[in-house]
Design a protein around this ligand. Structure first.
Ligand code: ZN
Length: 75
């Protein structure tokens, strides 16, 4: 529980400090603030995954948002 609270505070601080490595634009959270699993750059349509509470700010690790959204549901 405490861990979540710390994470929630940290992620907001992280958001204010980090910028997209491609366009240096603002990032937004993907998912709930306490359970975010990625950071999104709306300019680049990229999602940077968060692993073990650490945002992976690498273009090589970023996932394309468009591709993700267009992917058909599991069937
Ligand atoms: Zn960007």
């Amino acid at each position: 529980m405490a861990g979540y609270a710390v994470f929630a505070m940290n992620i907001q601080e992280i958001l204010s400090l980090l910028a997209c490595p491609a366009c240096h634009g603002d990032l937004s959270l993907h998912g709930e603030p306490t359970q975010a699993d990625g950071l999104i750059c709306q300019n680049c349509r990229l999602l940077f995954p968060i692993r073990d509470d650490i945002p992976i700010m690498l273009l090589s690790e970023a996932l394309p948002l468009d591709g993700d959204q267009k992917k058909p549901a599991n069937s």
